[in-house]
Ligand binder design. Structure first.
Ligand code: SF4
Length: 355
């Protein structure tokens, strides 16, 4: 790792801000002056999701709820419908909870500092720092995957992630300027996304090239150093495509707690990793009914292999929860919020189009 003398000799913040003034991305949530509500919504959407994916969702969201006050009267069901496809639905629910809390406890005004923001639902250290810096110009350091990549290259952080994150956080805090902290936060995000990319970084266009350890050592490809990844477990499940005499399909709402809470889905045998062995047995028993399709879906912490078995309503009463479900057209399911997994199931069950 480079020593602090180098850090002091090269004015990283100044070089980056000059570059940002010419090359910063134009994004629908970047305004002058900043609107804290728009910054907050965009930062929730950007958790685990790319800018390109977020833009249309953000525009749609703002058309529906242009102000914090308007959003505070949204129902969770409608919010999940607008959010569907973005994934990580806990973010949407936490955003709504945070807004309820802001309306109730802060008179509808978003807190303007990191220390208060980090106590709101769904605000981890990163989101609190991003909103504090971008919306309120507080010099709170942001550290996400992009920032880790950039700083580990620039300062040659040899400790593998995630253990090296503490070192990166210290560097990030030292580099964040007292003035234009919000622009600096946006700038380092842009640098990571457009120049210091994970593959094929554009070092010859980089404002930090002169002060970059990995570049001068010819070791850009080695950073960030990573510990070996644990193998992602595989889980098995069976979903039931239950149709009534009109050809409609039964869907039902998940319970309030846990993964994918409150989203709609086909009845299925569950997909907790711990249940995988049991599900093998359950698959054996339904295998006689010949699954019509198999799909695979990758969640953040496991891979799901799902068989889809067709059933007639009269043979599937025990699988249906009559208090929490409804019949939908095989093509008309979009009016209920569903996770990407279930959309994939519906798409796979569509009859092929005639040529
Ligand atoms: S010089 Fe290359 S490796 Fe170093 S920060 Fe810039 S883009 Fe990243």
């Amino acid at each position: 790792m480079r020593d602090l003398k180098v850090l002091q000799a090269f004015d990283y913040a100044n070089h980056l801000l000059k570059w940002f003034d010419k090359n910063g991305r134009v994004l629908p949530w970047r305004l002058n002056p900043q609107d804290p509500y728009k910054v907050m919504v965009s930062e929730f959407m950007l958790q685990q999701t790319t800018v390109k994916t977020v833009i249309p969702y953000f525009i749609n969201f703002m058309e529906k709820w242009p102000t914090l006050e308007a959003f505070s009267s949204a129902s969770e069901e409608v919010l999940l419908t607008i959010w569907q496809g973005l994934g990580y639905y806990a973010r949407a629910k936490n955003l709504l909870k945070a807004v309820f809390m802001i309306m109730k406890e802060q008179n509808g005004v978003i807190p303007n500092c990191y220390e208060k923001l980090k106590n709101l639902p769904g605000f981890g250290p990163y989101t609190a720092a991003a909103v504090a810096s971008i919306a309120f110009d507080e010099p709170a350091a942001i550290v996400d995957g992009n920032v880790i990549r950039v700083l580990s290259r620039v300062f040659g952080v040899a400790k593998p992630m995630p253990a090296g994150k503490q070192e990166i956080m210290k560097i990030a805090q030292d580099l964040t300027p007292a003035v234009r902290a919000g622009d600096y936060a946006s700038a380092i995000m842009d640098l990571g996304a457009t120049i210091c990319r994970s593959s094929k970084p554009l070092c010859n266009e980089c404002p930090w090239q002169e002060g970059c350890f990995a570049y001068h050592q010819g070791q850009v490809h080695l950073f960030p150093m990573r510990a070996a990844k644990p193998v992602r477990p595989v889980c098995l499940s069976t979903a039931f495509w239950i149709q009534n005499s009109e050809g409609k399909v039964w869907i039902q709402k998940r319970s309030q707690g846990g993964m994918l809470a409150n989203l709609w889905e086909l009845p299925h045998t569950g997909f907790s990793v711990a249940l995988a062995r049991q599900q093998v047995a359950s698959l054996d028993s339904v295998a006689k009914e010949r699954p019509r399709k198999h799909i695979q879906h990758v969640f953040s912490h496991f891979t799901l292999n799902m068989a889809i078995v067709e059933k007639k309503a009269c043979d599937a009463m025990e699988l249906m929860d009559p208090d929490n479900g409804e019949w939908v057209d095989p093509d008309g399911y979009v009016r209920r919020p569903m996770a990407s997994l279930m959309k994939k199931v519906f798409t796979s069950m569509r009859p092929p189009r005639e040529k």
